[in-house]
Design a protein around this ligand. Structure first.
Ligand code: EPU
Length: 426
C-alpha cells in the first residue's frame, strides 16, 4: 500500500496537460465490444479504473491490448461468456457498463451488484428500467442478476433518474435494437456525448446527445473505429485549477475542451479568480480575497458532484460562509470530518449540506483517502496546509487520476509517494 507525504504551503505555479476523461473511456471501452472489428482508442488516461475495466474485458475473452501508455485496441471478437466475474465487478461500479454489450452480443448478462466508491446507495433501478423497456427480463439468484433479452425492441422510455451510466447502458443496447428508441430524461454530461459520438463513428444512428432527449434508430451491425480520441477530462482540469488557486497559485491547463469547463470556470470566476480562456487552454489566476459562494451540485450543465469535495476545500480559504449542497449522494460530505480536524470551520447540517466559513488556516495531519474525489480533495487540503501530512489508501486516488503526484510536483508541490511497507521496515 502506498501513501503520499505532502509538505504544504507552496503556491502551485506552471502548466499541465489535462488527461483523457475517465468517465468517457469506461463506457467507450465497453462500447467497443459491440463490433467484431477492433477500435483503436487514443488519449486514454493511464489510471487504475481503466486497467480494472481492461481486466474485466479480458476475462470475457474479447480482444483487448494496450498499444502504448495512452492507446488501446479493443474489439468484441472472442467474447465467449456472459458472466462478469464477481471479484472484478466488486472493484468497479462502471463494470455495470458491460451489461448492454453482453446483452447485445450474447443476449444474456450475468453479474453481481457492482462495487466501487462508497459514496452512497447507488441503486441499479434506473438501469433495469431502461433495459426492461428494451425487451430485457431480469431475475436474480443468490449472488447474481441474470439479464436476458426476451424480445429485442426499440422503445420510448421515460426513466426515473437522469442517470449517467443508465443512459449509457440504454444507448449501447438501443443502437443494436430494431426500430426507434427515445431515452427521456437522458443524462447530458460531456462523457455521455463522447460515448454517443464514438457509437456514431461505429455506424450507430443517434440524435439529441447532450440534451435530455436522445433518439436512436437501431442498425444491424457496428464496426470498429480506426482512431478515436477520448475527450479531455473536465474533472481532472477542474481538480488542478482548484488545487492551484487554493494554494494561491496560478495555472495554465492545456489541451482542454472549453465548453466542458463552463460550470467550473463560472464558479471560479464568481469566487474572484481571473480566468483567461483560449481555444485549447485556460489560465487561472488566484484571487487575493477569495469570495465565499454557493456550491450547489446538480446534473450537467451545473456543477458536477465529482468536484464538490475539491470546491469544499477551496471554500475553507474563501472569505465568508459557503453553502455546499450535494443532493446526489448521501456519503459525499464525509471528507469534511478530516477538514475539521485540519482546522476548517464547517457545520455539517445533514448528509447533503454543510456550511463552510473561511478563511481558516489548515494544519498538516494524517488522513485516509475515502474515495477518488474525497481523496484528491484531501491532497489539495494538505497542499494548502501548514506543515507535513500523510495520506494513505492512495490507490483510491490512482483509480481516477493519472500521475497526480508527478503532475503536482511539476507545479512546484512537495509531494512524494512512498510504499508504506518499505517505510515501516526502514
Ligand atoms: N440520482 C438521483 N436522482 C437523479 C439522478 C441521480 O437520485 O435524478 C442519484 C443516483 O441514485 C446516484 C447518484 O445520484 O446515487 C449519481 O447518479 P448516476 O446514476 O448519474 O451516477 P453513475 O452513473 O453511477 C456517474 C459517474 C460518477 C459520477 C455520477 C454523477 C461514471 C463511470 N461514473 O456515475 O463518477 O459521480 O455519474 O455525475 O461515469 C467519479 O468519477 O468519481 C464518479 C463516482
Amino acid at each position: 500500500m502506498a501513501k503520499f507525504i505532502v509538505e504544504g504551503g507552496i503556491p502551485l505555479k506552471g502548466e499541465i496537460n489535462v488527461s483523457g476523461s475517465k468517465n468517457a473511456i469506461l463506457p467507450i471501452m465497453a462500447a467497443a465490444l459491440l463490433a467484431d472489428t477492433p477500435s483503436i482508442i487514443n488519449n486514454v488516461p493511464d489510471i487504475g479504473d481503466v486497467h480494472t475495466m481492461a481486466e474485466i474485458i479480458a476475462s470475457t475473452g474479447a480482444e483487448i491490448e494496450q498499444i502504448d501508455i495512452h492507446s488501446w485496441r479493443i474489439g468484441g471478437k472472442g467474447l465467449h461468456t456472459s458472466h462478469i466475474k464477481p471479484d472484478l465487478a466488486r472493484k468497479l461500479r462502471a463494470s455495470i457498463l458491460m451489461v448492454s454489450p453482453l446483452l447485445a452480443r450474447r443476449h444474456e448478462a450475468i453479474f453481481p451488484h457492482p462495487g466501487g466508491c462508497v459514496i452512497g446507495q447507488r441503486p441499479l433501478d434506473t438501469h433495469f428500467e431502461a433495459l426492461k423497456a428494451l425487451g430485457t427480463r431480469i431475475t436474480t439468484d443468490e449472488s447474481n442478476y441474470i439479464a436476458k433479452i426476451a424480445h429485442s425492441q426499440g422503445a420510448s422510455m421515460f426513466i426515473d433518474e437522469v442517470s449517467v451510466t443508465a443512459t449509457e447502458n440504454a444507448l449501447m443496447l438501443a443502437v443494436l435494437s430494431p426500430g426507434e428508441t427515445i431515452i427521456k430524461p437522458a443524462a447530458c454530461e460531456p462523457h455521455v456525448v463522447d460515448l454517443a459520438n464514438f457509437l456514431k463513428q461505429m455506424g450507430a444512428r443517434i440524435e439529441g446527445e447532450g440534451t435530455h432527449t436522445i433518439r436512436i434508430w437501431g442498425v444491424d451491425k457496428l464496426s470498429g473505429v480506426e482512431n478515436y480520441r477520448i475527450i479531455p477530462d473536465n474533472l481532472d482540469a477542474g481538480t488542478f485549477a482548484i488545487a492551484a488557486v487554493a494554494t494561491k497559485g496560478d495555472i495554465t491547463i492545456n489541451q482542454i475542451k472549453p465548453d466542458d469547463l463552463d460550470p467550473i470556470i463560472h464558479k471560479l470566476t464568481q469566487m474572484g479568480c481571473e480566468v483567461n480562456l483560449n481555444r485549447q487552454s485556460v489560465t487561472i489566476k488566484h484571487a487575493e480575497d477569495l469570495k465565499a459562494t454557493r456550491i450547489q451540485i446538480d446534473t450537467w450543465p451545473r456543477l458536477p458532484t465529482d468536484l464538490q469535495a475539491p470546491f469544499g476545500v477551496l471554500a475553507t480559504q474563501a472569505h465568508g460562509t459557503s453553502l455546499i449542497h450535494d443532493w446526489l449522494y448521501e456519503r459525499r460530505l464525509m471528507y469534511t470530518e478530516d477538514l475539521i480536524r485540519m482546522g476548517a470551520n464547517i457545520t455539517q447540517c445533514d448528509p447533503h449540506r454543510a456550511l463552510v466559513t473561511g478563511p481558516t488556516k489548515l494544519y498538516g495531519t494524517k488522513i485516509s483517502s475515502l474515495d477518488i474525489r474525497a481523496g484528491v480533495a484531501m491532497v489539495i487540503a494538505t497542499l494548502v496546509a501548514k506543515g507535513k501530512s500523510e495520506i494513505d489508501h492512495i490507490e483510491l486516488i490512482d483509480r481516477g487520476y493519472e500521475d497526480l503526484d508527478g503532475r503536482l510536483r511539476s507545479l512546484g508541490a512537495q509531494i512524494r509517494r512512498v510504499n508504506s511497507e518499505s517505510e515501516n521496515k526502514g
